[in-house]
Structures are given as structure tokens and as C-alpha cells.
Design a protein around this ligand. Structure first.
Ligand code: ZN
Length: 93
């Protein structure tokens, strides 16, 4: 895996510069909470889920099942309403 073609036509490289300009390392709050004190960056990296954000279109490609499996694609959606999209209800405490 060194690059892939985004739906916008851009080629997104998954290797090269370190740190990678379009790569994000995701970690769930539950996994994050298992870490305490001083954290080993390499260990945290290995537990993270890789995400690439297309620099041209903003599409997100997330490798939920690891880098050896196909990623899931998430498309950006413009939201005009300042309080969030319709259908989202703020939940009080
Ligand atoms: Zn794109």
C-alpha cells in the first residue's frame, strides 16, 4: 500500500513524509482510557486506526479493519445551520 485514488480523482499517498501530512491516527476513548501515566508513543501508534484525509476534497478514508483490508469512505457534508444539522438534538444533563 503506497497510494490510492480518491473519489475526487486525487492520488493520495499513504507513505512518504514522516510525519505524514494527510494521515491521522485515531484511538477510541475506551482504548485511550486504558493508558495511564507516561505513554509509549510506539505502542499508542500500534493501537490506533489509520485515517487519511484527501487534501483536495476532504474525504476521509479509515482503515477500521487494518491496513491490509479495504478502508471505509466518509464524504464531507456542508452544514449550514450553526447549531448542527437537522435531526441532531442536544441532550441536556
Ligand atoms: Zn479527494
Amino acid at each position: 500500500m503506497a497510494k490510492f485514488l480518491c473519489v475526487c480523482g486525487s492520488v493520495v499517498s499513504t507513505s512518504g513524509e514522516i510525519p505524514h501530512p494527510y494521515q491521522w491516527n485515531l484511538i477510541s476513548d475506551g482504548d485511550f482510557d486504558t493508558s495511564t501515566g507516561t505513554v509509549d508513543a510506539d505502542e499508542l501508534y500500534m493501537r490506533s486506526t489509520l485515517m487519511f484525509r484527501c487534501p483536495r476534497s476532504g474525504h476521509l478514508w479509515i482503515y477500521w479493519s487494518g491496513i491490509d483490508n479495504a478502508p471505509s469512505l466518509y464524504s464531507p457534508v456542508e452544514v449550514d445551520e450553526p447549531d448542527g444539522p437537522r435531526g441532531v438534538v442536544a441532550v441536556g444533563e
